[in-house]
Write a protein that binds this ligand. Structure first.
Ligand SMILES: NC(=O)C1=CN([C@@H]2O[C@H](COP(=O)(O)OP(=O)(O)OC[C@H]3O[C@@H](n4cnc5c(N)ncnc54)[C@H](O)[C@@H]3O)[C@@H](O)[C@H]2O)C=CC1
Ligand code: BAL
Length: 510
């Protein structure tokens, strides 16, 4: 059963559900004004799933105007407590529909359902409740000036915010932005990635059911250079929060100058994990394997550069291979045991393969393909699978060591001492995540302070928590998400100066 605005989907489990396919504007699904369509593809099979409306610049304009009007007339008058209650209601609906939301991301993004997509929903749930609790706690500040003068500062929402999200965590990346923006009192126009629009459109139904007023949240599927660019250029959008490539982040920063938009950019990374010889090696192996192979390496904080001290280098490589072989399962995202699914698309698959080819045939590096439980990408020729791979003794200046591959590919290199380790770790244009493994607490903290990265994990890796801020140094981005910063980033401060002096009144008293 399909209409122009919905499509009946049969999941690989045999279950069926109705997928909305229109644009979600003013709490209704509507057709696009353009004939351009997005055809979603299941990365595990390379087969098309369904066709969705793609927003034109005209559709963006309509969504933004609706969001603007809603902000001015309704949403800006809703109290923090009321916004918190709506978010609590939303969290209950997310909990109710957790399985179907995770199954949609498993189908559309190839995320292993039980071991990955469900984790995303768990994080979203926690985050939604966290921001619900903060919605009425955006306290201001009292600043005494003199006997008769003081200032109070209040946090106000920005207005209409434009959110542009990627495909690696389709619903989670949307939620990092959306829930914080709503808690802070903004209205939203959000665009999903063209590869993965399905879960966010399903989520639109929960927004409406939770009771958010029409126009508070508008959800567009669409292509970056058309829909995304129209959002960035729109003068009624007060802020853009973007997650994606550094190249597009740079474009957005330039285009956003049209009305001096506030911009948050969460971009690429080439995160180092540094293993000192006094580390608990088994723990380092476990975390580094998780940090590069989880989500098939499609993580902005993936520890794609692994630096190991000379004395334990060979032992680390051996244990790393063994651990990965024994603890990961490559395969069908809908099988409960699967932990490594396909990568997102044909284009991305080809991009990763070209890095693998460059590493082995151009740079002539030592390449080790690890077959988790004996299976490799060749066992799944129908989908976009990549066999987990490590390159060893990789020169620090090489393309593979410097560029973001965004796949299950680790580059390992040696270092001799603390100074060399910090120099290599910081020799990157990026500065998003980083990890350091040592039992020496002083060394760990000294190293953490010297790392140029927005997140440092000591004795773990990619162990993010919604209560802590997340974002990059250098070309990994601008601003922070999650934690308290993830709500403050959607506010602006107004300083109100109060003068209690009244010379006329004083004179009258005399
Ligand atoms: N930081 C992260 O989490 C992510 C990083 N990436 C990196 O980017 C590489 C390329 O992946 P892509 O999907 O091509 O990333 P991308 O940066 O092109 O896409 C991310 C989002 O930006 C939108 N977009 C693209 N061009 C735009 C424009 N001109 N104006 C406004 N919005 C625009 C896309 O539609 C999508 O929603 C990956 O291989 C990876 O290295 C990709 C996704 C997430
Ligand atoms: N773990 C979610 C953000 C990222 O790594 O892409």
């Amino acid at each position: 059963m399909s209409s122009d605005l919905s499509s009946e989907i049969t999941l690989p489990t045999g279950e069926k559900y109705i997928q909305p396919t229109g644009l979600f504007i003013n709490n209704e699904f509507v057709p696009s004004t353009s004939s351009k369509k997005i055809i979603t593809v299941n990365p595990a099979t390379a087969q098309p799933i369904c066709e969705l409306h793609a927003a034109s610049a005209q559709d963006v304009d309509r969504a933004v105007k609706v969001a603007h009007e809603t902000f001015e007339k309704t949403w800006s008058k809703v109290t923090g407590s009321e916004r918190g209650e709506l978010l609590i209601k939303l969290s209950q609906l997310i909990e109710r529909d957790a399985e179907i939301l995770a199954k949609i991301d498993a189908l559309n993004a190839g995320k292993p359902y039980a071991t990955n997509a469900m984790n995303d929903i768990g994080q979203i749930l926690e985050l939604t409740k966290f921001y619900a609790g903060y919605a009425d706690k955006l306290d201001g500040k009292y600043i005494p000036i003199s006997e008769n003068k003081f200032v109070y500062e209040i946090n106000e929402p920005l207005g209409v915010v434009g959110l542009i999200v990627p495909w690696n965590y389709p619903l989670a990346m949307a939620s990092w932005k959306l829930q914080g923006a709503l808690a802070a009192g903004n209205t939203v126009v959000i665009k999903s990635a063209e590869n993965t629009p399905m879960s966010l459109l399903y989520f639109a139904q929960l927004i409406k059911e939770a009771g958010f007023p029409p126009g508070a949240v508008n959800i567009l599927s669409g292509f970056g250079p058309i829909t995304g660019s129209a959002m960035v250029g729109h003068e009624l959008i007060d802020k853009i929060s973007f997650t994606g490539s550094t190249g597009v982040g740079k474009l957005i920063q330039q285009q956003a100058s049209v009305n001096l938009k506030n911009v948050t950019l969460e971009c690429g990374g080439k995160s180092p994990a540094v293993i000192f010889k006094d580390a608990n090696l088994s723990e380092a192996v476990k975390w580094c394997s998780l940090g590069i192979f989880y989500n098939s390496g499609q993580n902005c904080t993936a520890n794609s550069r692994i630096l190991v001290q000379d004395e334990v280098y060979d032992e680390f490589i051996q244990k790393f291979q063994e651990y990965t072989k024994e603890n990961w399962v490559l395969g069908d995202p809908f099988k409960d045991e699967t932990t490594v699914g396909p990568v997102i698309s044909k284009t991305h698959h080809e991009r990763i393969l070209s890095y693998l080819n460059h590493g082995s045939n151009v740079e002539k590096l030592n390449k080790i393909e690890i077959a988790p439980l004996g299976s490799t990408a060749q066992d799944y020729p129908q989908g976009y699978y990549i066999t987990p791979t490590i390159f060893t003794d990789v020169p620090v200046t090489s393309k593979l060591f410097q560029e973001e591959i965004f796949g299950p590919v680790a580059c390992v290199t040696k270092f001799s001492d603390f100074e060399e380790a910090i120099k290599i770790a910081n020799s990157s244009i990026y500065g998003l995540g980083s990890a350091v493994f040592t039992k020496n607490i002083k060394k760990a903290h000294r190293f953490a302070r010297m790392l140029k990265a927005g997140t440092v994990w000591i004795n773990s890796s990619n162990d993010e928590d919604i209560k802590a801020s997340f974002g990059g140094y250098k070309m990994s981005g601008v601003g922070r998400e999650m934690g308290l910063e993830g709500i403050k980033t959607y506010t602006q401060i107004k300083a109100i100066h109060v003068n209690l002096d009244d010379e006329e009144e004083e004179k009258a008293k005399l």
